[in-house]
Design a protein around this ligand. Structure first.
Ligand code: ADP
Ligand code: MG
Ligand code: MG
Length: 211
């Protein structure tokens, strides 16, 4: 079954819930290798997105919801993660333009555009201990699932599982980008907060498609 604008708005709600539930964990991860604000930053942004959902017209498209997330995250999250997440959703919205229903290939296009937006903005490659380390495995797994004939639900499930594994895999890495890179070798042994929050957001996307 394909997904529509209800999926997109449900994705926002579930992301906001997940970030709210895990904000202390995200902040603790950022305290270890950053400045201890990632959970609060993202929570503030997603609460703003949640409030803004009320203003979306009933006939809005998935692209409209993704654009709303982009603009609210850009203006409310701040730090490094605000522009990165903002660009991700801006590009995702572009990839969804003109579509009322999203099939497996469309979902892959949206996730790919989001990841490419993050890379364009932050210039991090895979393995540099950033949110890219969650998004790139997610995109690869989603593309492989779609190619093998999976429906949207299974494509998003594959993306979420790969993002969770990708976030866990950042633990031994030395950070090469962002604030954590100031710690050099001492950044190893801690999970990257942005990779962890990205896994939460991608799990929320899968849950929104599953119900
Ligand atoms: P700040 O570091 O400004 O306090 P946050 O704590 O909200 O911002 O976000 C930190 C997260 O941002 C990191 O865990 C990492 O995943 C991500 N990040 C930082 N710099 C980059 C970058 N250049 N490319 C991709 N992700 C990055
Ligand atoms: Mg921080
Ligand atoms: Mg900060």
């Amino acid at each position: 079954m394909d997904v529509d604008s209800n999926w997109a708005t449900d994705w926002v709600r579930r992301s906001a819930d997940a970030v709210a539930a895990h904000r202390a964990d995200l902040t603790a991860l950022d305290r270890a290798i950053g400045d201890g604000d990632h959970g609060e930053n993202l929570h503030r942004g997603y609460q703003a997105a949640l409030a803004a959902l009320d203003g979306l017209p009933d006939d809005s498209t998935p692209a409209d919801a993704l654009m709303l997330v982009a603009t609210t995250l850009i203006s409310n999250v701040g730090g490094a993660a605000g522009p990165l997440y903002g660009t991700a959703f801006l590009k995702a919205s572009g990839a969804a333009q003109g579509l009322d229903e999203l099939g497996p290939a469309d979902v892959v296009a949206i996730l790919t555009a989001a990841r490419d937006g993050i890379v364009l903005r932050g210039k991090a490659q895979h393995g540099e201990k950033t949110m890219v380390d969650a998004w790139t495995p997610a995109v690869d797994a989603a593309a492989a699932a779609a190619e093998s004939g999976s429906d949207v639900r299974d494509v998003l499930e594959a993306a979420a599982s790969a993002a969770e594994q990708g976030a866990a895999d950042t633990e031994p890495l030395v950070a090469r980008k962002g604030r954590a890179s100031y710690l050099g070798e001492r950044s190893a042994g801690h999970r990257d907060p942005g990779a962890e929050s990205s896994a939460l957001v991608l799990r929320a996307a899968a849950e929104a498609a599953a119900d």
